[in-house]
Design a protein around this ligand. Structure first.
Ligand SMILES: NC(=O)c1ccc[n+]([C@@H]2O[C@H](COP(=O)([O-])OP(=O)(O)OC[C@H]3O[C@@H](n4cnc5c(N)ncnc54)[C@H](OP(=O)(O)O)[C@@H]3O)[C@@H](O)[C@H]2O)c1
Length: 318
């Protein structure tokens, strides 16, 4: 076996990310090594790879980028009983530093976190694009704690997380109002199960929701607002008895007369990964892959992501 692997790394804040040959990592006693065969690019990867989180997280250079993975276990640590070499797995890496990511031929992960078995009926490409966006969407919908028949407004519904969130909400019996531009985007979110759409480029979305539902929606999932004031305006579409969640850390203070607000941080608990896989396998949710690129063309994958595709952009590493 060769001792180096191809990886897409950031080597310093002064450079752009590039391919490099890196040592193949060795698993520790409680870790497994995965031969990565599929992945996907997420907005967070685009931000991370230009150093956007340098004031929040340590970057360990050369810093391998990437969060999602699907592949096959090829080595296990001495204390690992959950997996063995040859197991097909998928997951999502979440570390407290930037590095040791999944845009590489191999990744080492804790055997108890980040990873679960890939069911045979879940394709490699789908599994590679499922972890981060799928689990985040699942967490967002569940955090609303709504009963079937309730209404949820999804702001930013036309991207990767939104496509999963619409479908998961519909699966839970919720009525979905989704943001979408008129035309192709509107058709896309309706095909995923949205009942109503709001064109955020021409309408004040909160006012549009309150016109549609004078008491407000029961829940709001905000995938767009980056600051507390913007989030508060979007959250107001939920009405006083409702709940509003944000994936961008924009929920700060809890307004006394407004909806309950929550920040959602993706959780790579294997139980959540297994649950999202189950609802894909049983046909309730489809992975919204718009295109898949070979690993060597990762920059084309990022270029497509930057155009605002209606779903996920995958990577193939074999
Ligand atoms: N907290 C966490 O752990 C976590 C996990 C996953 C994702 N996230 C974050 O959650 C956000 C959504 O993720 P994603 O992967 O779904 O991103 P995405 O694929 O970029 O989707 C965002 C969508 O919203 C649309 N949009 C842009 N501005 C809008 C506006 N003002 N109103 C309504 N829609 C608008 C975009 O359209 P155009 O492309 O045409 O502009 C795009 O279709 C990202 O910021 C991501 O970083 C956080």
């Amino acid at each position: 076996m060769t001792h180096t692997m191809r990886a897409y790394t950031l080597n310093s804040f002064e450079e752009t990310p590039a391919f490099a040959d890196m040592p193949i990592p060795e698993p520790g006693p409680n870790e497994v090594r995965v031969r990565v065969r599929a992945s996907s690019v997420n907005p967070v990867d685009a931000a991370t790879s230009v150093g956007a989180f340098r004031t929040m997280y340590e970057y360990r250079f050369p810093s391998v980028q990437g969060r999602d993975f699907a592949g096959t276990i090829d080595a296990v640590g001495a204390a690992v009983t959950r997996f063995q070499p040859g197991d097909d797995v998928f997951g999502m890496v979440k570390r407290d530093y930037v590095g040791d990511g999944t845009f590489a031929e191999y990744v080492v992960v804790d055997a108890q976190r980040f990873i679960t078995v890939r069911p045979e009926a879940l394709s490699l490409a789908d599994a590679g694009a499922l972890g981060l966006a799928g689990v985040t969407a699942l967490q967002c919908v569940e955090a609303l704690e709504l009963q079937p028949g309730a209404t949820v407004f999804i702001n930013g519904a036309t991207g990767g997380v939104g496509a999963f969130a619409i479908q998961i909400a519909v699966l839970g019996g919720l009525e979905v109002i989704a943001t979408a531009r008129t035309g192709e985007e509107e058709r896309h979110v309706r095909e995923l199960g949205a009942t109503h759409t709001v064109d955020w480029t021409t309408e004040d979305v909160t006012e549009a929701i309150l016109q549609l539902r004078p008491g407000g929606a029961d829940g709001v999932i905000d995938l767009i607002s980056r600051d507390p004031d913007s989030f508060r305006r979007i959250a107001a579409a939920a009405g006083p008895g409702g709940t509003a969640v944000t994936t961008l850390g924009a929920a700060r203070d809890q307004p006394e007369d407004g909806p309950v607000t929550k920040n959602i941080h993706s959780d790579s608990d294997p139980v959540l990964l297994t649950r999202i896989a189950e609802i894909v396998v049983d046909g309730s949710v489809r992975v919204p892959l718009v295109d898949t690129f070979p690993f060597e063309r990762i920059e084309d994958a990022f270029a497509l992501l930057a155009t605002g595709p209606l779903g996920k952009v995958g990577l193939q590493l074999e």
